[in-house]
Design a protein around this ligand. Structure first.
Ligand SMILES: C[S@@+](CC[C@H](N)C(=O)[O-])C[C@H]1O[C@@H](n2cnc3c(N)ncnc32)[C@H](O)[C@@H]1O
Length: 252
């Protein structure tokens, strides 16, 4: 039940964060990857929101995700567009590939879904090992949501068939020492005013300090670390920036 992105959660993600929807990230990643001719990996690829624009820009991108429902959306969107990237069901913690990648990209703050610092460090080491020498890791962290509004929040979407999907989220735990928050995400599907199905997810996130992440990346062995605020490459993140993007390199 923890960060599982089940059937209703994936449906909501696909409606809300449809293919190509950008938080400023898609143009940014596309630009940062210009000139990258080799294979690229997007761990936690989700429904393909970012993957598909990158494939359509001509990049050779593979992806994996822990959620079968998310992968099903991703495969269907790719097939609709005549795209056939390598997609597999794997996790951050155990993924493996025979090939090395020229870049690994993790947009949308997905790394924050790894709650434990030790596990996250091991995942970053796995990224390092899976990169070709000189290859780059680029990912986003969203620092602000740790102190976001703690009130329950309800959102709704109309489905493709005219039903209603609702999401009620409520923060239930904030661990300021462990730097984690847990929210209950209650997804409900309503058909003609009746509850047809529901799903509860525990949504756990880890909140990183910018310097803490830099130290962690250095300890893993990454070099040439650049941190950027709100997708302005090389501009040091400032208070009130929405997103910090890290770019670093496995040394040659
Ligand atoms: C915020 S979505 C990001 C999707 C996509 N990368 C994007 O930019 O829109 C987070 C994704 O992480 C996946 N995920 C969560 N925990 C995971 C894990 N331990 N290993 C692999 N994927 C995981 C979820 O299934 C979900 O698809």
């Amino acid at each position: 039940m923890n960060n599982t992105y089940g059937r209703l959660a994936s449906h909501v993600y696909n409606l809300d964060k449809y293919i190509g929807k950008t938080f400023g990230d898609i143009d940014y990643y596309r630009e940062r990857l210009l000139g990258c001719r080799g294979p690229i990996l997007e761990p936690a690829v989700g429904n393909g929101r970012a993957l598909i624009p990158l494939l359509e820009a001509g990049f050779d991108v593979s992806g994996f995700d822990a959620s079968q429902d998310m992968l099903d959306y991703c495969r269907a969107h790719c097939t609709d567009r005549g795209l056939a990237p390598a997609l597999s069901r794997q996790t951050f913690e155990t993924f493996t590939y025979a090939q090395r990648f020229n870049a690994i990209v993790v947009p949308a703050g997905s790394l924050q879904l790894i709650a434990d610092h030790g596990v996250a460090s091991a995942v970053l080491t796995r990224f390092f090992d899976q990169l070709a020498p000189g290859g780059r890791l680029i990912f986003d962290l969203y620092p602000g949501d740790m102190v976001a509004d703690l009130q329950p929040n309800i959102r709704s979407w109309q489905t493709e068939t005219g039903d209603l999907l609702t999401l009620t989220s409520q923060r239930v735990k904030t661990d300021v020492i462990g730097q984690t928050t847990v929210s209950h995400l209650r997804y409900e599907l309503w058909q003609e005013g009746r509850l047809a199905s529901s799903e509860l997810e525990f949504f756990t996130m880890r909140w990183w300090g910018v310097q803490e992440m830099m130290l962690t990346l250095r300890a893993v062995g990454f070099a040439d670390i650049v941190v950027s605020g709100d997708y302005a490459f090389g501009r040091v993140p400032q208070d009130r920036d929405h997103v910090a993007t890290f770019e670093c390199r496995r040394p040659e």
